[in-house]
Every structure is written in C-alpha cells, then in structure tokens.
Design a protein around this ligand. Structure first.
Ligand SMILES: [Zn+2]
Length: 451
C-alpha cells in the first residue's frame, strides 16, 4: 500500500461524502487524497517518511474551486491595493485611507479596487469627494465601488488628465460641476469601461514586484480556502505579454493555485484577428495541473458583452452583435476551443445562444426519427463549467440553458427556468422521443415543460 507523505490528524474534516460527512484525519500521497477516516485508522498508515500535522481540532474543508476570477491580472496590482473587505465603518475605512496616504510615495496612487460596498459600513454611505480630498490633497486616490462608480480625488483627476474637455465615455458618465470640470465621480451607465480604463492609467509595479504581488494575491486566495480558479482574462490584460509574470511563477514552481486560463480579446471589432492568432499559438488543455489553457473568454466580441449594473437600465446589444459574434464562435468551434461569454441579461444570452445555434444544423430534421449525427463541442456560458453540448439551434440552447439556470439566471427567476423559444417548443413537440436530448428541463418522451 502507498505510504502517505502527509497526514493531517486530530481535525474536523468536512468530507462532502453524505455517508460519512465528518472525519478526523486525512492521508495524502503525491498530492492526492489516499484516505479520510478516524485518526487512529489514518495514523496506522503512517510510515517513517510521513509528515504528520496535528490540526488541534481545526476544521479542514476540500479546496474551493472558483469558476470566475481575474487572478492573473489582479495579481499584478494586488500589492498596490488598500482593501476594505469586511471593514465595518466608514470612519475606520477612512482612517485606513489616511494611514495609507501617509506612506504612499509619489507617483503611486492609493487604490481601493472594489471588494466592499457602502452597505457594509455602519454609516451606510460612501465617502464624499470632499472627505477624500481633505485626507489626500496631493496623493492620487482611486476608490472603485462595485462596477457602478469610482471616486477620484483632485490629485487622481490631475494624474489621469480628465478636464472639462474630456468627452463623455460611451455608456458612462464623468460627473461635472457647473463650469463643466470633472468632480471626481465616474459612473457606469451601465458600461463600466470608464471605471477600469481609469484604474489602468495608474502606475504599474516593476516586474519583480509584480511577481511578489501575484504571490501575495494567491496566498490571500489560499487563506480563503481557494485552491483552484478559472481565470477569465480581463480588460487590459494582453496575451501573451501580460502573462509573463504568471508563467515565470509557474516555471519556478511558485504557483499556489491551480489556474485554468481563458484568453480575452482586447480589440473591439478586431476580435477575430486575436483569436485567429491565438488558435495557432496555444491549444485548450495545453499545460499541466497547475497552469492550463482553457479556451476563450470571457470577452468574445465587445458587441456581445453586457454590463451588470442592475441599478440602471438594461443595455441593448447593438444590431451588429450577431454578425460579429458568429465568425468568432465559428472559428473557436472549428478549432475545438471551449469558450465562455460574459452575459448577464436574458435578452443578451438569448441572442448569443441563437448565434451559437446558427453555426450548425438542427439535429431534429422533421419528425422522421432518422438517426442523427451530432457534432460535439465543449461550451460554457457564464457558469464556467465545461460542458459538452451538441451544436445545433435547438440542442445547444437546450443544454446550455440548463447550465445558465445555475448561475445568475437562477437568482432572477424563482424556478431558475427561462421562457422557451419557438425552436425548443417545436423541437420538443416534433422530435421522436428517442432523439430528444436528456436534460434537467425535460426528459425524453415527456411533454414540453410549461416554461
Ligand atoms: Zn469577470
């Protein structure tokens, strides 16, 4: 029997096994769990080389897998951030800001890049621009609240160069005073590009500091129990240039997270060119257990990406969306690249699914019951799970919608289901029972569910 190289004992182990939900000890060999059991059972497997850690009653959980993070991009800047996560009052938060301003050397900024809301503060409000300016007259301060607004003090406005002549960003707003000068408040309405484009104007860390910063970010993820992530790329995160830090950490054996990374185009209206290049450079699955390529996304084409500021009106995607999305998806499918697409609203997702469907033939040609050849491509939307879906107008929608219902859609509709489209209903009625796809939404041979 393999001897464990590590034993964790005297703990409270959450196994997620219904039959045996709790255990006291875990044995590990070659990075894999050998056994989970009572401490006496596990300790009997220990050999002379086994490292034993006494947990002294601490809880052990399986590592968390986060299906959507921006670790590769976020790591480059993590050490530059002041974090307000969990801070209970605005006055405490502002004291932290004050202390950070006092130790921040020019030309660096103080940045609070999300991770909090005004509702966590006892005062139930954000700081005012006057309060921030009083604390930091000379040091640029940038505070990002969700993806709905950013607060910049006067020094930050000077640093980014926004003036009365700066045009309004598409889908966003630069609040101005009566003379037309920016006040420092930037708003997503609902396009958040103005927020993170402004953040991207700040100074960067030198490469060796980016290595250190990324290690700190991964360490923070580990502290929260996260061991594996799917990295969703991100705006201003270019491939391959901005992946050198993560790749060096990987090469040096310093990754403390398993990362599957998706490639995110940075070129509005030129997206196809990016993907056409990348399919020649890297293959899905390429890499190893710690760092692996995972396909395209979460940006496929800019015209198909909506924004999730639910406090303002839903954006309508432009009419050009389908025409721009289709060739990209076709290229990805032909190259067997899985993809994920950032989409928030039912209306946007429906249009995207119709495009995915239009790249192949419906597998239910009349109700003949003839045998059907389905081509399978891995696809994913939003949830990050890789699923194998038959690409067709009907079955793709059918299967992928089942996966959507587990994410944002489930929160918006009590039963997690979405209204059917004509295609599904027709397919459902006319398809011979044996050719209907099995899914959570229906079972072969059953009538159409009443969506
Ligand atoms: Zn994202």
């Amino acid at each position: 029997m393999t001897q464990p190289d590590l034993i964790l004992t005297n703990g409270r182990v959450t196994t997620l096994d219904r039959i045996k939900p709790e255990a006291e000890a875990v044995a590990v060999a070659d990075g894999r769990i050998l056994a989970v059991d009572r401490a006496s059972e596990i300790m009997s497997q220990a050999g002379p080389e086994t490292k034993v850690i006494d947990l002294e009653g601490r809880r052990v959980i399986p590592g968390l897998i986060d299906s959507h993070l921006h670790v590769i991009r976020g790591g480059l800047n993590y050490n530059l951030e002041l974090r307000w996560d969990g801070v209970g009052s605005l006055s405490d938060a502002m004291n932290m800001l004050k202390r950070q301003v006092a130790v921040t050397p020019p030309p660096q900024w103080v940045r609070v890049a999300g991770g909090f809301t005004d509702q966590q503060f006892a005062e139930k409000r954000l700081p005012t621009l006057d309060e921030i300016n009083a604390i930091a007259p000379d040091t640029p301060v940038f505070i990002l609240h969700l993806y709905d607004r950013a607060l910049l003090n006067g020094a930050a406005l000077r640093a980014v160069g926004y003036t009365k002549d700066t045009p309004e960003p598409p889908g966003g707003a630069i609040e101005r005073d009566s003379a037309g000068n920016p006040t420092g408040l930037l708003l997503a309405q609902p396009n958040a590009t103005i927020l993170y484009a402004t953040l991207a104007k700040g100074p960067k860390l030198p490469p060796e500091y980016q290595l250190n910063s990324t290690r700190h970010f991964m360490r923070e993820m580990n502290r929260l129990g996260v061991t594996t992530v799917i990295d969703a790329g991100g705006g201003f995160q270019n491939y391959p240039e901005d992946y050198q830090v993560i790749e060096k950490l990987h090469a040096d054996g310093e990754l403390t997270l398993r990362i599957a990374y998706n490639l995110f185009t940075q070129k509005p209206t030129q997206e196809l060119g990016d993907f056409a290049n990348w399919v020649k450079q890297v293959k899905p699955g390429q890499g190893d257990d710690l760092y692996r390529h995972n396909g395209a996304g979460e940006m496929l084409v800019y015209s198909a990406a909506d924004f999730e500021d639910f406090r303002v009106e839903r954006p309508d995607m432009p009419p050009s969306m389908e025409g721009e999305l289709e060739p990209v998806v076709r290229l990805l499918a032909e190259n067997r690249w899985p993809w994920r697409l950032h989409a928030t609203y039912d209306e946007t997702i429906g249009r995207a699914l119709d495009v995915f469907g239009s790249t192949a033939t419906c597998p239910w040609p009349a109700s003949t019951g003839s045998s059907i050849t389905r081509r399978r491509y891995p696809t994913a939307i939003s949830t990050g799970s890789r699923r194998s879906a038959a690409v067709s107008p009907c079955s793709t929608a059918w299967r992928t919608r089942a996966s959507i219902s587990s994410s944002a859609m489930a929160q918006r509709r009590p039963n997690g289901r979405r209204p059917s489209r004509a295609c599904w209903k027709q397919a459902c009625r006319s398809a011979p029972a044996r050719t209907r796809p099995a899914s959570r939404a229906t079972t072969p041979g059953s009538p159409c569910p009443g969506w």
